[in-house]
Design a protein around this ligand. Structure first.
Ligand SMILES: *[C@@H]1O[C@H](CO)[C@@H](O)[C@H](O)[C@H]1NC(C)=O
Ligand SMILES: *[C@@H]1O[C@H](CO)[C@@H](O)[C@H](O)[C@H]1NC(C)=O
Length: 319
């Protein structure tokens, strides 16, 4: 009996350990994905951090982002240039931004807006304006806000990127607002008032791609967190993660799978603890195959096995 009990004990241990050894890599995997999700690739200097203050010196707009532009322009001979790429400097200033601006759209409409204007410090006349609104005319639901337009103003004389361009030519890249068809950017950069929009991976949008309104312009936003229509807070509200980033970054499924893995582990441990407390006869009855598996490990195995089989048959007869 004692010999048998020891043997059972040993078997339980080996089973216990093998389930642990399959669980541990799983847990490590969970931890690894947790840390991976937490470390965004941040490129330090290229991410600008801009805040627009209202009359009470509270932020109405906050934007952390790396912004890159791709622009075409007309040369002196009226031919269209190759596209040039340039970043919006991280140290751009925010003069002429506004928490309350009526933006004239067409002849009839004025849209209440908040506007972040980023002025390039080393390029006179260059700026990017980013417009937010809550106006239902632009399809924004009550209690939400959206980024609905971006414009870029360039000055051919204050950059060396616009080769062969006419001197002192100032051009503003934009798309006219179409009330029946919101631009893609308005559909993406959209959330509840009080929440911030969070999009770590790069997202690109055309500012203009219609030759009737001048040369093309394209904007790429990355490492983005922004919020407009802030309500007296100095910090970003709850993050609303862009659809494009939800699968990589959303930490909830990672936590849930980690918790599930732990539950499975504890269930297994509880099972083996419970099993180790069962009388050995019942064990032999419920799991005779354990005895067989163990065959090659024991010299004295045959004796025991005979004994077991005998006992087992005896029990069988009784039922
Ligand atoms: C801000 O607006 C004022 C008035 O329209 C203008 O004179 C000034 O040049 C603007 N500043 C910038 C940096 O755009
Ligand atoms: C364009 O750049 C030139 C050269 O830096 C500067 O003299 C001029 O004032 C700028 N134009 C505007 C509208 O800012």
């Amino acid at each position: 009996q004692i010999e048998r009990k020891r043997k059972e004990g040993r078997m339980q241990h080996s089973n216990h350990y093998s389930s642990l050894s399959t669980m541990i890599p799983l847990l490590l995997l969970c931890l690894a994905s947790l840390t991976a999700a937490n470390s965004n690739p941040t490129d330090g200097n290229t991410q600008g951090k801009w805040t627009v203050l209202d009359d009470n010196l509270k932020p109405c707009i906050m934007m952390y982002a790396q912004i890159d532009l791709r622009l075409n322009y007309y040369k002196e001979d009226d031919s269209l240039s190759e596209s040039v790429e340039l970043p919006v400097p991280a140290d751009s200033t925010t003069e002429n931004s506004s928490c309350y601006e009526k933006v004239q759209i067409g002849d009839e409409f004025e849209i209440d807006s908040q506007v972040l204007q980023l002025n390039f410090p080393e390029n006179a006349g260059w700026n990017v304006r980013i417009y937010f609104t809550q106006d239902p005319l632009l399809g924004v639901d009550p209690g939400d806000y959206a980024l609905y337009q971006v414009t870029v103003t360039s000055n051919s004389s204050s950059t060396d990127l616009f080769k062969d361009a006419p001197k002192d030519h100032v051009h503003t890249y934009f798309s006219p607002i179409d009330f029946t068809d919101n631009p893609a950017i308005a559909n993406d950069e959209y959330t509840r008032v009080g929440d911030s929009i969070y999009c770590p991976s790069a997202q690109g949008y055309f500012i203009n791609e219609d030759p009737n309104y001048g040369p093309d312009a394209f904007i790429t936003l990355s490492q983005l967190q922004m919020q407009a229509y802030m309500q007296g807070s100095d910090a970003f509200g709850k993050k609303w993660t862009c659809p494009a980033d939800q699968t990589d970054v959303d930490i909830v499924p990672v936590i849930v799978s980690g918790v599930l893995a732990l539950l499975v582990l504890f269930t297994l441990i509880a099972y083996f603890v419970y099993r180790s407390r069962l009388p050995t006869d019942i064990l032999a009855m419920t799991e005779p195959e354990f005895e067989e598996e163990d065959e090659h490990n024991h010299k004295d195995h045959n004796n025991i096995n005979h004994h077991d089989n005998y006992g087992y048959n005896e029990e069988d007869h009784r039922f």
